[in-house]
Ligand binder design. Structure first.
Ligand code: ACM
Ligand code: ZN
Length: 469
């Protein structure tokens, strides 16, 4: 008997016998408020199709499943709801910019597999891509770098651009129509060379800072001792809040070296005044100040896991784990906090398939064995950083099918997952990606042999190494 070939695999499927040709006109839809917000029941019978959902969003998910059933499908009753409430992808449009049109294609693909978050990485060392009406210098001075030097992607000319408020709203609306929340990221206090280029007075030394042209972790970060730092951050956040209605705003917090803060009289004075024992604690204080600001506006913060290093970070934040040797994110979740899993070794889709084969991504269990309550893991997110990706075709090759595997982990319960079956189903699902305008990596590239893995990984790292010419 023909089975259903849906991604993500629904959690409960009952075959009713026989098959039917689906008539899209013969569809009845009901919203039932006793069901969960993302839960739907889809019944396909000879006399028609019924979708019952806990909300309009759930009905939308029922429709996504229906779309993948094809024209002729077995009679089935599908009872389905997600394993995790947060199912996201992250797009870096700083290192390289991706157009609104291409971004919409990613959103279409995400919606088709029931993802519900787009994390938009908009500020970093290599550019500031948000139009800020309150601080236009951040945009106009911070959005153009002199050149680009990302290994083999070396370009001598200026590179820049930013998203207008209208463009960002267009993405917010496009996502909302697909029940996806856009979470913008304004990364502070590190990864802020572009902002410091516009406002050198916000650095500890007060000296000019260049917008960076290559990948790295840079010593100049926002000064925590100067009050103007917070004036500028709050102004930019105020602009962000007007554009993005999401409950959560991502405020970064990753890879912030403490060298400047150690040497800065203003930062040292701040530590003394606030009774902070070291510079890590100063970052905790810095984060909490922004968290308070967001709270006053009815919003909450997401932070990368380094923000937990101080041990004083407000419990209301959600931590996004990416590289966390000490498992502070797990401790945080076990101690009343909430985490999102974006594990570097499994979910970073900018690394080659040789390093992160599809089945490694697929089989990863985002609930660490030391997590006491699965509910403290809000869910999963697949990031794609774009230092080494400068066109949409390459982006799609790296992202698909791995992002789709993360979507299935976000939706389908561990016990219902099957890597071989996922790979079979993905070949069928690829038709939808084709309709959207996305070309995934080919099956022979998904899981390279051990030898090929070594070769591809070495090739990737030699490709990103700095070239002399
Ligand atoms: C990160 O990859 N620096 C979050
Ligand atoms: Zn300072």
């Amino acid at each position: 008997m023909k089975r259903i070939d849906v991604i993500p695999m629904p959690n409960k499927v009952e075959y009713l016998g026989g098959e039917t040709k689906i008539d899209p006109q013969n569809l009845s839809v009901t919203v039932c408020d006793t069901m969960d917000e993302e839960e739907y029941i889809l019944v396909v019978e000879k006399d028609g199709v019924k979708i019952t959902g806990g909300s309009e969003k759930a009905v939308f998910y029922g429709r996504q499943t229906l779309r993948q059933l094809g024209e002729v499908c077995p009679c089935v009753r599908i009872e389905d709801k997600p394993s995790f409430r947060y199912r996201g992808f992250m797009l870096d449009t700083v290192r390289h910019i991706f157009s609104i049109e291409d971004t919409k294609k990613l959103i279409d693909a995400a919606a088709s597999v029931k993802m519900n978050v787009m994390h938009w990485h908009l500020t970093d060392d290599q550019g500031f891509r948000i139009y800020s009406s309150r601080r236009p210098d951040a945009t106009f001075k911070g959005s153009v770098r002199k050149s680009s030097d990302f290994g083999r992607l070396k370009e001598s000319g200026e590179y820049g651009g930013y998203f207008t408020a209208e463009e960002m709203k267009e993405i917010v609306d496009y996502c909302a129509e697909r029940y996806i929340t856009v979470i913008p990221e304004f990364d502070v206090p590190g990864h802020s060379s572009a902002l410091l280029h516009a406002y050198p007075e916000l650095s500890c030394k007060g000296e000019p800072v260049e917008i960076k042209t290559s990948q790295g972790i840079y010593d100049d970060i926002l000064c925590a001792g100067k009050d103007k730092t917070f004036d500028v951050i709050f102004d930019i956040l105020s602009d962000i809040l007007e554009i993005f209605p999401s409950e959560y705003i991502h405020i970064g917090g990753d890879e912030a070296p403490k060298k400047r803060w150690q040497e800065c009289p203003d930062c040292q004075k701040r530590m003394q005044k606030e009774g902070l024992r070291d510079e890590e604690t100063l970052q905790g204080w810095f984060t909490n100040k922004i968290v308070e600001f967001l709270k006053s506006k009815g919003r909450k913060a997401i932070v990368w896991n380094e923000s937990l290093n101080s041990g004083v970070t407000d419990r209301s934040v959600t931590v996004q784990m990416w590289m966390d040797k000490k498992k502070l994110s797990v401790d945080f979740a076990n101690d009343g906090g909430v985490m999102i899993n974006s594990d570097f070794f499994h979910y970073y889709c900018d690394y080659p398939y040789g390093m992160t084969p599809l089945i490694k991504t697929y089989n990863y269990n985002p609930v660490h064995r030391k997590i006491k309550d699965k509910n403290t893991v809000a869910g999963v997110e697949a990031p794609i950083w774009t230092e080494y990706i400068n066109n949409f075709e390459h982006l799609c090759h790296m992202f698909f099918p791995r992002v789709t595997a993360v979507a299935e982990t976000g939706w389908t319960e561990e016990k219902n997952k099957d890597a071989a079956d996922f790979q079979r189903r993905f070949r069928i699902y690829s038709d939808i990606l084709k309709e959207i305008g996305i070309t995934p990596a080919q099956p022979e590239e998904w899981n390279p042999s051990v030898f090929d893995r070594a070769v591809k990984t070495v090739k990737f790292f030699s490709g990103i190494a700095k070239r002399k010419n």
